[in-house]
Design a protein around this ligand. Structure first.
Ligand code: SF4
Ligand code: SF4
Length: 235
């Protein structure tokens, strides 16, 4: 990888950290029931961008327990998206039909869960960070999230995908197996083959945000904060 690619990757990772920080400081409510060690939502259905997976892939490389867990998960059913968040936003804008996707919350556990705790917690992807509930899932059997938080989550997911335009998106197991090769992570996203392995799809740039009219005013300050370090700077 040449110096300018290295620099671009660093800028993108810094933007990702910026987005995570804004979310944690400004969005996650103080009274959320979610905390480290609460793992009922840790399924095999987590999705993420390749950019988010880079640090995880580097962290777990060469550790046989992760290799085994990922191979084991790869034999089992898991959510494999056919559309990215920016594609979904475009479909919404056109009033089109969504392709069918198969997902079941019973497809557990996440291969990165160890002794009922996330083993990569500080570098977990946004898909895990944004799974916040106002009451304990252990007590109520389901998570409760406001419509506004769900909208914010979509916006953040769209920004993250935009930063990683040129990269790919998919199920965590598929992505980490894809990035097992050191050369793939070092040269990401240039290392992406034209034909992606099953479970991974190309990222799309952000063209329209999924924000219903009733939330547009409330969400503006958050967008302004996000745009202070606009993802376009990373291209
Ligand atoms: S969403 Fe539910 S299971 Fe997941 S961390 Fe929050 S309270 Fe726990
Ligand atoms: S990466 Fe960590 S937080 Fe996310 S689902 Fe897996 S174990 Fe849970």
């Amino acid at each position: 990888m040449n110096t300018s690619q290295e620099k671009i990757k660093k800028i993108k990772l810094a933007l990702l950290d910026h987005i995570y920080r804004i979310y944690e400081e400004d969005i996650v409510p103080d009274d959320t029931a979610c905390k480290r060690g609460c793992a009922l939502c840790c399924t095999r259905n987590v999705t993420l961008t390749g950019l988010e997976a880079l640090r995880i892939a580097e962290h777990i490389r060469g550790k046989p327990e992760y290799r085994a867990a990922l191979r084991n998960a790869a034999e089992k059913k898991r959510f494999r998206p056919v559309c990215t968040f920016n594609q979904i936003a475009e479909i919404c804008m056109r009033g089109g039909d969504f392709p069918e996707e198969e997902i079941d919350p019973a497809w557990t556990p996440c291969p990165l869960l160890k002794n009922a705790e996330c083993s990569i917690y500080p570098i977990r992807p946004f898909g895990c960070r944004c799974m916040i509930s106002m009451h304990s899932c252990a007590e109520n059997d389901y998570a409760e999230m406001s419509e506004f938080t769900a909208t914010i989550n979509d916006v953040f997911l769209q920004y993250i995908e935009h930063i990683d335009a040129g990269g790919c998106f998919g199920n965590l197991t598929d992505m980490l197996l894809f990035l097992e090769d050191e050369n793939r992570t070092a040269d990401y996203p240039r290392s992406i083959p034209e034909e992606l392995p099953e479970g991974l799809i190309p990222n799309h740039p952000l063209k329209v945000l999924m924000v219903p009219p009733e939330f547009r005013g409330k969400i503006r300050p958050v967008l302004q904060k996000l745009e202070k370090n606009a993802p376009d700077n990373a291209h």
